[in-house]
Design a protein around this ligand. Structure first.
Ligand SMILES: [Zn+2]
Length: 221
């Protein structure tokens, strides 16, 4: 009996991977890239450049939407708990900018812009370290399989933020230093394809199979 069951499991895995690259998923990725173009265009309007508070709020909102959209591509939006997950992804993608305020010790945009160093949560080396630490914590607390995607949600939220910031400031790979700014179009392509990369990595590590089981149906968005 093991043969047919294994074959069924492998077929389901292959379907989950194929659906990562379904038309709907690819269109949603292209839409995410388009959103980046529109958001960056809006953020360069002279009107906003003269209103730093509004510019900072809209820029942070763009981070949140990119995080929200990216995780929606990975899991799809089929039920209420999916919605909670994408809201959490959007929240995490935006909240890390609070470390600018912490480092500046001020709420004023001019003080934040005057910072000579990048704040701690903008160190890209921290992303795998934090995700791995969260995975270990979940393992130590013996959390159920329904939590299995949390480290990947954290990864995608932080990585999408760092890539978006990277177009302006480069990536800070501490302790090695800072890269040159990511070219604009490369940043758009990376943002649009990160959810798919995340899906493939989840498939390779077996997390995606657990999510498929949790959702009860194959994932196609
Ligand atoms: Zn940032």
């Amino acid at each position: 009996m093991a043969g047919p069951l294994n074959l069924l499991a492998e077929t389901e895995k292959a379907q989950a991977l194929l659906q990562t690259f379904s038309t709907a998923s690819l269109v949603a990725g292209a839409g995410l890239g388009l959103f980046c173009l529109v958001a960056d265009h809006v953020l360069q309007l002279p009107l906003l450049l003269h209103h730093p508070w509004l510019w900072a709020a809209l820029d942070n909102g763009a981070h949140a939407i990119v995080g929200f959209w990216s995780w929606a591509i990975v899991i799809g939006l089929r039920k209420r708990s999916d919605f909670y997950e994408v809201v959490l992804a959007g929240f995490l993608a935006s909240v890390i900018d609070l470390d600018h305020l912490y480092l500046a010790g001020s709420l004023w945009p001019k003080d934040v812009r005057a910072l000579s160093q990048r704040p701690p949560l903008h160190c890209s080396t921290l992303i795998p370290a934090l995700c791995f630490a969260l995975r270990l914590l979940m393992w130590a607390l013996r959390l159920k399989d329904s939590w299995c995607s949390l480290p990947w949600l954290l990864f995608l939220s932080l990585a999408s933020h760092h890539v978006r910031d990277g177009a302006r400031h480069g990536l800070w790979v501490c302790p090695l230093g800072n890269t040159a700014p990511i070219s604009y179009w490369l940043h758009v392509v990376m943002t649009a394809t990160l959810p798919h990369l995340c899906s493939v990595l989840m498939y390779l590590t077996g997390t995606r199979d657990m999510i498929s089981t949790k959702h009860g149906v194959a994932i196609d968005v």
